[in-house]
Design a protein around this ligand. Structure first.
Ligand SMILES: [Cu+2]
Length: 583
């Protein structure tokens, strides 16, 4: 059954999707018509503890509805979602709908202390938003501390009713969600690291749909398997929900056609291997061999790493097998893909250069051609002085690790920024003076400066409604050059240029692609390089921007944009819902 042929979508979800690791897909059986042509879909998310065993380690983990990974959200473009999240765990919770534009609905975006106070134990919050102009795959995840290590699931956005994909209809659709498994509690890991100032412990395994696969000890029974039929085409909905690692992904002896990234169609191209940063998603078409190849195939993922810290260098494997084979699968040869080297930056560069917007009449690339405001953000690691009296810290030279944008390491407020703004009570909560360029310019990718100390503050950039923004993000070599996947809430942006070394303001803009640049919500600032993005600030609210390597966010690599209301009634942020959580 194809993805566009069904009528009631809950039927399609049950039949058309291969989702072997979860059974109950809680789609509303009788969705109500919403005013914009879509329907309203109701979900219930109960955040609760659940014992889960991987690698022979049993842990009580935070889950949604007791599922790991969490349940998929399935909707069509134009649908309204009402998701009631109830907190049944001892600590605070909030959920972010990663990549959803949240037009005028910033109260539903989810990052704790940015757009809302977290949901406290025993409390509920109804997230209410409409999916506008997006189709593809996104994901949802917890957005407080490191809870997203186990609290995440895919958001599957189907085309509108009677609309079709700009490619042949796939036989089946399969979410492939990458994650990281920790044998110990990730909350303990990050709280200990922030105490000592050192780097946090790394994960024990990568996972596909929550399963580490047979390359780990005590894990062979926890292997994701994808059964395909010869000659059929499968739409794989890839999500990198890992905490701290960009990932390469490849399937032995099969090429994939990339058709979409971050819920935006791209010009299709074939590849053996993809690279996905945490926070990035992609739809790819996998064409099964025309005849049963009488073999099974590993699908594997392992990290792309540029930093100097320790990392989890292990490999997750799932198995692609052909249905109705002759003889038992055990006798068939098992083929392995060849993944790029762990530090293969040239592969990553050539892969990202292939990503282009579809830029068709139906799906145009609306790149801002005029720029109202330009920003230059230097992005990287740094240090804070040790805050212990009679102890050295475990960061570089006895300091504490930090990370910053334009040398500002973001201090989390204790109340939500959006509420402070909306109620006119921002004094003492945030300053609207985030530096638009580094206050002390230096040779960003040359020898790092001797002083690596950051400043600390809660600073925002304020933008009038409809400001057209160009932002250059420049990696620094402080404590080592490193690829940083930056994620912007509330917007998609166009990646108009990128390069290595220091950005050259007189020559590099000549090569900007303003015709068909890829549009997405997360981009990796290349290790020792820069990336240029453009977006139109047409969505009023407070929008978080941060590194999606969670450890760097914890160290302060984050900031927020405040986009003011426009003049027209439909250019204003809606008032907060009555059940907005209180701090
Ligand atoms: Cu980073």
């Amino acid at each position: 059954m194809g993805a566009t042929s069904f009528v009631p979508s809950h039927v399609l979800v049950g039949v058309g999707f291969v989702f072997p690791f979860m059974i109950a897909l809680c789609l509303s059986p009788r969705p109500a018509l919403a005013k914009d042509g879509g329907v309203t879909r109701h979900y219930t998310f109960d955040v609760k503890m659940k014992n889960v065993t991987r690698l022979c380690h049993t842990r009580s983990i935070v889950t949604v509805n007791g599922k790991y990974p969490g349940p998929p959200i399935v909707a069509r473009e134009g649908d309204r979602l009402l998701i009631k999240v109830t907190n049944h765990i001892p600590s605070n919770v909030s959920i972010h709908w990663h990549g959803i534009r949240q037009l005028r609905s910033g109260w539903a975006d989810g990052p704790a202390y940015i757009t809302q106070c977290p949901i406290q134990t025993g409390q509920s919050y109804l997230y209410n938003f409409t999916i506008t102009g997006q189709r593809g795959t996104l994901f949802w995840h917890a957005h407080i501390s490191w809870l997203r290590a186990t609290v995440y699931g895919p958001i599957i956005i189907l085309p509108m009713k009677n609309a079709s994909y700009p490619f042949a209809r796939p036989h089946k659709e399969v979410p492939i969600v990458f994650g990281e498994w920790f044998n110990s509690d990730p909350e303990m890991i990050i709280s200990q690291a922030l105490q000592t100032g050192g780097g946090p412990n790394v994960s024990d395994a990568y996972t596909i749909n929550g399963l580490p696969g047979p390359l780990y000890n005590c894990s062979a029974n926890d292997t994701f398997k994808l059964k395909v039929k010869p000659g059929k085409t499968y739409l794989l909905r890839l999500v990198n929900a890992a905490l701290n690692d960009e990932l390469f992904f490849s399937i032995a002896n099969h090429t994939m056609m990339v058709v979409d990234v971050d819920a935006v169609y791209v010009k299709p191209f074939d590849t053996d291997t993809l690279v996905l940063a945490p926070g990035q998603t992609s739809n790819v078409l996998l064409k099964a061999k025309p005849r049963n190849p009488r073999a099974t195939f590993f699908m594997m993922a392992r990290p792309y790493v540029t930093g100097q810290g320790t990392f989890d260098n292990s490999t997750v494997a799932g198995i692609l097998e052909y249905a109705a084979g002759l003889g038992s699968i055990k006798q068939l040869p098992l083929l392995k893909p060849t993944l790029p080297a762990l530090n293969d930056t040239s592969f990553v560069t050539s892969f990202t250069r292939k990503l282009r917007s579809l830029a068709s009449n139906q799906f145009p690339a609306n790149v801002p051609t005029n720029v109202d405001r330009q920003f230059f953000f230097a992005i990287g690691l740094g240090t804070n002085p040790c805050d212990k009296k009679n102890q050295t810290c475990q960061g570089p030279n006895g300091t504490m690790f930090a990370a910053s944008i334009n040398n500002v390491s973001f201090s989390m407020p204790t109340t939500a920024l959006l509420q402070a703004h909306f109620t006119g009570q921002s004094n003492g909560v945030y300053n609207p003076n985030f530096p638009i360029i580094p206050l002390t310019p230096f040779n960003y990718t040359g020898n790092p400066p001797n002083n690596t100390m950051v400043s600390n503050g809660t600073k925002l950039v304020v933008l009038p409604f409809n400001t057209s923004v160009e932002l250059i993000m420049q990696d620094t070599s402080i404590l080592g050059a490193e690829s940083h996947p930056l994620h912007l809430h509330g917007f998609n942006f166009f990646i108009v240029g990128q390069g290595f070394g220091n950005f050259d303001p007189s020559n590099d803009p000549k090569n900007f692609n303003l015709v068909d640049p890829v549009e997405r919500n997360s981009v990796s600032v290349p290790s020792g390089g820069w990336v240029a993005i453009r977006f139109l600030a047409d969505n009023p609210g407070v929008w978080f921007m941060h590194c999606h390597l969670e450890v760097h966010t914890s160290w302060g690599l984050k900031m927020a944009w405040l986009v003011l209301d426009g003049k027209l009634p439909n250019q204003k942020l809606l008032p907060p819902p009555a059940d907005l959580p209180k701090c």
